[in-house]
Every structure is written in structure tokens, then in C-alpha cells.
Design a protein around this ligand. Structure first.
Ligand code: ADP
Ligand code: MG
Length: 312
């Protein structure tokens, strides 16, 4: 496949869930289009109920779309279903497990389902990759929650797909395990796998993903490299220390907020489209204070997310 063909191309996808009797239909996806480029870690970010799992499950062939199209590694998911399926490994949000197999058996079985010939199977290698080599012959039901998650990732990789999709891989997972999973995902990506993950944790998307798309109420509201996305925040924050105790409010036109942090420290939030940090300082000086120290805090993904989802 050519290098600039997207790993995944999604076009005008609509999903309407039929309501149960008496219930209204639910329009979970309202015409979503975007590309996932090859080679990166792509984050699909959005609050609960945004439509992330619906979209992933359409790619996985678990949910039928109402309209629109998608291709995976250049293969149309309707017209070239087999090739599309062979090109992607999916770790679903819901953990389903057969407790009676060992990790090794679970991988062999999955490889069999994907028609991987015995001599091309790489169960041992995958167990090493997800740091479960020493659990090869343990019963799956005896594995910890974290080990099960790692085994699911190995299961998704048995047919060596170029794309791995993880739906909320760290939802309800403790901090240590989250770090472990991030490392694993980073390692797989370094080995050339294009990764897509959905998350409602901003920190996770910011830390792990090189590109982020934000989905809200079934609509795509942003899709940019992570750096640019963070740079979209219009609000900026400067913290100013002054030479004497603050005597009263320093709110000015153009400030969104002016918070008193302590007797001599003020934090001003302002809209960078309307003024500069220099103008903020000049206004503070206009109240009769000399400025002793200035620090700025860069906006983070959370600031952008709040702005964007508020607008939607
Ligand atoms: P996310 O993964 O972003 O949390 P989902 O794709 O699970 O969002 O859900 C999107 C919307 O579709 C939600 O309002 C959810 O209640 C609804 N939904 C999801 N699955 C079904 C279903 N099987 N039947 C009816 N509505 C559904
Ligand atoms: Mg979900």
C-alpha cells in the first residue's frame, strides 16, 4: 500500500440505533469523516456516549452502519471485508474471556480462527511482547486484571495486522497498569503498528497520541496533531507577583478572570486573540503595582476540550 494512503478512511458514517418499542431512535453518529494516517498513535477522544465505541464496532464488523463508508488499509469494509478484517486487530471495550484456556492456548485458538497456518503463528513471541511469557501455561482465570488486558492485546495481534485499535484500554485501570499499557502501546507502535485508541482521559490522549480527533454527540468537532490541538486554546494564563500586598480587585476589560492566589500573587486568564501578555502586565502596573515575577502556564488539552465541547 502506498505510504500516503490512510490506514483508515472514514466517510460520512451515520449510525441510527432503532429505539426499543415506544422509545425514540438514537442517532449515535451523525455523518463522521476523517482519516487515520499510517504509522502513528491516533486518539479518538470524547465524553461517554459520544459514539466512539459505535465507530470502532462498525470497523470491527460488530455493528452495521446506517450509511457511509470506510476502508481499512485501503480495503473497503463492505466490498473487501476479508482483507479489511485481516488488516486490523481490535481490542473491544468489554472484556470477554474464556477462563478455561491458558494464555498460550487462547492465542493459538485465536490464530486458528484467523486462519494463520501453524508455522506462521507467533504465540510465544506475542506473550513475550506483552510481558506474559511466564504465564504461558497459567489458567486465564488466575490472571490479574492487568494481565488479562495485556493478553487481549496479544489476541488482537495474532494475525499480525498493521493496525491495532484499542477501545478505552485503560478505563477503570489503576495508575501503574495504565503506565504499563501505555508502554506496551508505544512499543508496538515503535515496531511499526499504527495504533488507534479511544479514551475519555485527556491526559492519556495528550501523553500518548501524536494526533487527536474529538467526537461529541456523534459529530467530529476537531482533528489535528496533538501539539496543534493544544495550541488551539484561546485562553492563556499569566501568574504575576507584585511588590506589595494586593489592595483590591484587579479585574480589567479583556481579562477573563483575575484570581488572587495569595497576598502578592495574581493569576490572570485572558483571551490571546484580544490581548498580549505585555498588555496584561501593563494593566496590572496601571493599578500601582511593580511586577517582581511573571510565569505563564500553557493551556493544556483540557482547556481546549472544554472550549470545544462547550461550543458544541
Ligand atoms: P462511547 O463509546 O463514546 O461512550 P457509544 O458509541 O457507546 O459511545 O454510544 C453512543 C450513543 O449510542 C449513546 O447514546 C449510547 O447510549 C447509544 N448506543 C450505543 N449502543 C447502543 C445500542 N446497542 N442500542 C441503542 N443505543 C445505543
Ligand atoms: Mg465506548
Amino acid at each position: 500500500m502506498s505510504h500516503d494512503t490512510p490506514a483508515i478512511a472514514i466517510r460520512d458514517i451515520v449510525k441510527r440505533y432503532k429505539g426499543d418499542k415506544g422509545q425514540e431512535d438514537k442517532l449515535a453518529l451523525k455523518g463522521v469523516s476523517f482519516d487515520v494516517p499510517q504509522g502513528g498513535i491516533f486518539g479518538l477522544l470524547g465524553p461517554n456516549g459520544a459514539g466512539k465505541s459505535t465507530l470502532i464496532n462498525i470497523l470491527a464488523g460488530l455493528v452495521n452502519k446506517t450509511s457511509g463508508s470506510a476502508s481499512i488499509w485501503g480495503f473497503d469494509i463492505d466490498d473487501e471485508r476479508r482483507n479489511a478484517k485481516a488488516s486490523i486487530g481490535i481490542v473491544p471495550q468489554e472484556i470477554v474471556f474464556d477462563p478455561f484456556f491458558t494464555p498460550f492456548e487462547a492465542l493459538e485458538l485465536q490464530a486458528g480462527l484467523f486462519g494463520v497456518p501453524e508455522k506462521l503463528r507467533r504465540s510465544e513471541e506475542l506473550l513475550r511482547a506483552v510481558h506474559l511469557a511466564d504465564k504461558r501455561d497459567a489458567y486465564t482465570r488466575q490472571l490479574s486484571g492487568g494481565m488479562k488486558r495485556r493478553l487481549l492485546i496479544a489476541k488482537a495481534m495474532v494475525h499480525s495486522p498493521p493496525i491495532l485499535v484499542l477501545d478505552e484500554p485503560t478505563a477503570g485501570v489503576d495508575v501503574d497498569l495504565r503506565r504499563q499499557l501505555w508502554e506496551l502501546v508505544t512499543e508496538l507502535n515503535r515496531d511499526g503498528v499504527t495504533v488507534v485508541l479511544t479514551t475519555h482521559y485527556l491526559e492519556e490522549a495528550e501523553e500518548l497520541c501524536d494526533r487527536i480527533a474529538i467526537i461529541n454527540h456523534g459529530e467530529l468537532i476537531a482533528n489535528k496533531p496533538t501539539r496543534e490541538m493544544i495550541g488551539m486554546a484561546r485562553e492563556k494564563i499569566v501568574r504575576v507577583s507584585v511588590d506589595k500586598d494586593l489592595a483590591g480587585p484587579v479585574m480589567e476589560e479583556g481579562f477573563t478572570r483575575a484570581d488572587v492566589i495569595d497576598a502578592r500573587t495574581l493569576e490572570v486568564t485572558y483571551n490571546r486573540d484580544e490581548m498580549t501578555a505585555g498588555q496584561v502586565l501593563a494593566k496590572v502596573q496601571g493599578h500601582g503595582y511593580a511586577i517582581e515575577d511573571v510565569t505563564t502556564r500553557e493551556a493544556d488539552l483540557e482547556d481546549v476540550f472544554v472550549e470545544l465541547t462547550k461550543a458544541g
